[in-house]
Write a protein that binds this ligand. Structure first.
Ligand code: ES4
Ligand code: ZN
Length: 326
C-alpha cells in the first residue's frame, strides 16, 4: 500500500464486483485443463495481452468467452474463494458480488449447481477470510426481459441465499421498461435491487432505472454528472452510486484517471462508493483502485473517509453488521 495512505480510514466494503470478472488468466488455464476446454490463447501471457479494450462491448466479448471454462459447482466455488482471499488481502471486510447466472444457464449449466458453488464459498467467507458477503444475481440487458423474469422466478423458487437482483451488460440497446416485470417480482419477494446505468448510456438511463425498476443503488452512474437536475435528485434521495474509476478508464468511458469525475461527484454531495468491477481484466483489485485513484485525483483524507462511510451506509447489511463496519 502506498505510504501516503497509512493511517487514513480506507474503504473496506466492496459493492460492485462481477465474480466472472475475477477470473485471472492462471485460473482460466487451470479450469480449462481440468474441464478439457480448448482455449484460443497460446498461454496466460497471450490471454493477458488481449486485455486492451476499445470499449465495453469488446471487453464483454472476452469476458463472456472465458466463462466457457466454468463447468461445475466446484469451479464456481474456486473462483469465488479466490476472489474472497484476494479481497481480504486488500482489506475488504464486506463484499456484495454479482453473478451473471443467465450467462451460465444459457450454456446449459444448472442454476442450482452454479448458485450452490458460489453461495457455499460465500457462506464460508466470514470464518475463512474474516469477510461477510452477499450475492446479487444479475440479469443481462442484452437478453429479452422475459428471460430476466424467468431467471428471477427460478432464483426465488430455488430458495437460494440471494441478497438481490442487479442488471448489467450493454446499456445502449434495450429499454429499462423491458425489465420492469423482473424487478417487480424481485421487489415482491423482498430482494434488494440495483442496476448498471450511466456507464456508457446517458443520464436518462439512471433516472429510468430509479423510476421504472425502483432500484435502491445505481452501478456506475458517472454520466449522471451530465444532468444537474438529476445530480440534485440523487443527492437529495441519497442514492448510492457504485463507481469504478479504473474500469471506466480501461473501457474508454473516461480518458485518464486524472479526468475521472469521482472527486467532483463526491464534492457535489453524491453518495459515491469506489469499487473494482472486473479486477482480473482491469488489472486492479480494490486496494489498487483506491491507491491509483487517490494519486491521480489527489484525494484527501476527507474524500477517503467519505468513500468509506458511503460504502458502509450503502451496504445491504443489518444494523449490527453496519455498526461493526463503521
Ligand atoms: C461489466 Cl464494466 C461492465 N459493464 C457492464 N456490464 C458488465 N458486466 C461485467 N462487467
Ligand atoms: Zn459492473
Amino acid at each position: 500500500r502506498a505510504a501516503i495512505l497509512d493511517g487514513m480510514q480506507m474503504p473496506v466494503v466492496e459493492l460492485h464486483l462481477h465474480l466472472e470478472g475475477t477470473l485471472e488468466p492462471e485460473l482460466v488455464f487451470s479450469l480449462a485443463e481440468r474441464n478439457g476446454v480448448d482455449l484460443p490463447y497460446a498461454d496466460v501471457d497471450d490471454l493477458r495481452s488481449r486485455f486492451a479494450f476499445a470499449d465495453l462491448q469488446s471487453f464483454l466479448e472476452l469476458y463472456n468467452a472465458n466463462m466457457a471454462v466454468l463447468r461445475t459447482g466446484a469451479d464456481f466455488h474456486e473462483m469465488t474463494d479466490a476472489y474472497l482471499s484476494r479481497a481480504a488481502a486488500a482489506g475488504v471486510r464486506h463484499a456484495e458480488v454479482f453473478l451473471d447466472l443467465q450467462a451460465h444457464t444459457g450454456r446449459g449449466l444448472r442454476a442450482a449447481e452454479v448458485l450452490d458453488g458460489v453461495t457455499s464459498a460465500l457462506a464460508a467467507s466470514r470464518e475463512k477470510h474474516d469477510l461477510t458477503s452477499g450475492l446479487i444475481v444479475t440479469v443481462l440487458r442484452h437478453l429479452p426481459g422475459r428471460e430476466a423474469l424467468e431467471t428471477v422466478r427460478e432464483v426465488i423458487d430455488l430458495g437460494a441465499p440471494v441478497l438481490g437482483i442487479g442488471m448489467c451488460s450493454t446499456e445502449l440497446t434495450a429499454h429499462a421498461a423491458d425489465f420492469a416485470p423482473a424487478f417487480q417480482l424481485a421487489r415482491a419477494h423482498g430482494l434488494r435491487r440495483t442496476a448498471h446505468a450511466g456507464e456508457e448510456g446517458p443520464a436518462q438511463n439512471v433516472a429510468d432505472v430509479l423510476d421504472i425498476l425502483r432500484v435502491e443503488r445505481v452501478d456506475h452512474g458517472v454520466r449522471a454528472m451530465e444532468d444537474p437536475d438529476l445530480v440534485r435528485r440523487l443527492v437529495d434521495e441519497r442514492v448510492p452510486l457504485t463507481v469504478c474509476p479504473v474500469s471506466n478508464v480501461r473501457l474508454k468511458g473516461v480518458e485518464t484517471l486524472a479526468d475521472h469525475p469521482l472527486r467532483r461527484m463526491l464534492d457535489a454531495g453524491l453518495v459515491v462508493t469506489i469499487n473494482s468491477d472486473d479486477p482480473a481484466y482491469f488489472g486492479a483489485y480494490l486496494d489498487e483502485v483506491v491507491d491509483r485513484t487517490t494519486e491521480a485525483l489527489d484525494l484527501g483524507p476527507h474524500h477517503l473517509r467519505a468513500l468509506a462511510r458511503n460504502a458502509v451506509e450503502s451496504a445491504w447489511v443489518d444494523d449490527a453488521r453496519r455498526n461493526e463496519l463503521r
